[in-house]
Design a protein around this ligand. Sequence first.
Ligand code: PLP
Length: 395
Amino acid sequence: MSTVAPQPGASAISEDPLLAWRKEFPILDHTTYMISHSLGPMPRRVQTALQEFANTWATRGIRAWEEGWWMMPVTCGDLIGSIIGAPKGRVVMHQNVSICQSIVTSCFDWNGPRNKLVTDGLNFPSNDYIYHGLGRQGAEIVSVGSHDGMTVRLESILDAIDERTQLVSISHVAFRSSYLQDLAAITARAHEVGAYIVADLYQSAGIVPIDVIALDLDFATGGSVKWLLGGPGAGYLYVREDLDPKLRPVATGWAAHAEPFEFVGGPIEYAPDIRRFLNGTPNVPAMYSARSGYEIVNEIGVPTIRAKSKRQTDRLIALADEAGLAVRSPRDSEARGGTVILDVPNGREVTAELGRRQILVDFRPGAGIRIAPHFYTSDDEIAHTIHELRSIVGP
Ligand SMILES: Cc1ncc(COP(=O)(O)O)c(C=O)c1O
């Protein structure tokens, strides 16, 4: 079995300066880490951050709330905001995307004449489950299917959006195929007919440049454990500022109240700002464990990350073609996120064998083996992954 040098020399770093970041990720010393579409590697500095959480609790006790913890869903959200182009104070943290999507859909009345929710057939299952549940409240769910299991025709989505549409939901980059959707065109169509749009950015934020303002999105959701290199339990929700006065999420809690520490019962009086999309006690340790990744992504800059990702995913596809492996993600890097999917026989077993060879990738039924370089990946690791895959699959 061939191996690759875990830490690059000075000449490799001068050719690819992003490789200097490798020392920040302990797991790269012994593992070829091609799985940041699922769980990114832990930045070394997370240990210090979690120690800081423990020290704060130990030494400040309950005062920690007013000294920063209570506002962390917003201050931490600002770090995400700078990655997705949101202004300060427009992103709040929640436990996960599933909760954020439930909050968004709870802002609408699904019983009236505008009761249609249009979603793409490649959306993440959680989102589908939430939408189909809205059927009980009167919603009509229109899921625009994929004709090839990999992409969804833009025209089909645009055609499905009409004057009865309340909300359009799009997975910016599909988790199954890495297909990158045309959010600008879909948003324009949604707004043309008076519908709202929510984009799930989980598979794009941190690897594909995004500007929620330029795109004119109404809502965006995402999480931290993938390209943003954060710990679990730190999902995020962006809401366009001018929508605050119009939206009254039914999925709510005391942190969304204008004066939560007055503890007033009865119907809620929503906070006038982004806090109206909060619910209960925030997941403080999760935010401590997630911030380091956002800082690193902000420091490098997503356009720099994207340029390398396009080059390396193109290279992966070229090597897969040479090896005769079937590619199940778009070939045009403009229409692809950061992952390449290869369909090989017995993909689950092959994935397990790659794991035994210290190459981490994953397998999704109906799709194939998902392989994702990130900014810390060396070109040698790209070649190594395909070499090992080829040796397992055979000629
Ligand atoms: C595109 C996308 N959306 C949502 C999710 C699930 O998010 P959560 O577990 O935060 O609800 C995933 C995760 O795997 C995903 O890839």
